[in-house]
Design a protein around this ligand. Sequence first.
Ligand code: ADP
Ligand code: MG
Length: 291
Amino acid sequence: MEYWVIVGEGGGFEEVKSVKSGSSGAQTGGINKTTVRADDVTFTMGGDGNAKVFLCGEEAAPPDVFMLWGHYNEVFEGISRRLTAMGARSINDIDAKRVVCSKLSTALVLEQAGIPQAKTMLVTHATPAAVVVKNVGLPAVLKPSDGAQGAGVVLLHTEEAIAQYLSDLPACDGRAVLAQEYVAAAKGKDIRVTMIDYQVANVIQRVADNPDEFRSNVHLGGHIRDYELDADTVRLCEKIARVVGLRLCGIDLLETGEGYVVGEVNCTPGMAPAFLKSEKFKQMMHSLITG
Ligand SMILES: Nc1ncnc2c1ncn2[C@@H]1O[C@H](COP(=O)(O)OP(=O)(O)O)[C@@H](O)[C@H]1O
Ligand SMILES: [Mg+2]
């Protein structure tokens, strides 16, 4: 079985060699895995209807199954539609990926399903700071809807600071910014639940090492430790994975002191070696690709 992992922006493509210089391939349990950079995949469409796929300009047979690794973008969507139309199977549906790569769309979809979330508001440079304070309180978290790894996520303590932040936003550029109620009990901590085929595959807690840091992203300097979920929260995660429709995802939970709210859902969850080695995880990944 031919399996391609197509790595793009936000998926660590910088560490993947171009097909030109010999991409990494690995064979395990009947799966022939090829990791390629999104840049190396091109294809034709239209014309005589005989579509072709190319890896670095060389015609290639489409894989049986593929995974898009990184943030949603137009190129990923094209690759996904092209390969799917040729009979390849995508592990994560491209429309589901587009939704979770927008914190704005994710919040709306989860709200429809009655999933608990922090109060969130779409804001623009034209939003009065007083309205933000009235609706999400102080301090407030402001963040780009399409961000990752904690970049641009800020905690603002005063209405003046929010006013300044908002006035610096560009006009009508179509990039959503969200203001969110601060979950104080979760300061510097969150829980990452990795889901495979709508089941919990791994649970860790992420903890910021810097006591002044409210963001728990490992990229910003933090550590991970084991964590156990109660049965209700396991069911909550199963529901979230089904609602967003991703066979592989990472769900971030923030502890409020009275339960959990969903922080975000990630379609390219970090694969820490610590849990990659577990037999259960390996088996779940194997059936994800083959099933
Ligand atoms: N409303 C909030 N209350 C408390 N902590 C938050 C809140 N929003 C974000 N954080 C913290 O900041 C981190 C990064 O925010 P997140 O929304 O996950 O953006 P990113 O996609 O950049 O990771 C979270 O993992 C969490 O630790
Ligand atoms: Mg996050």
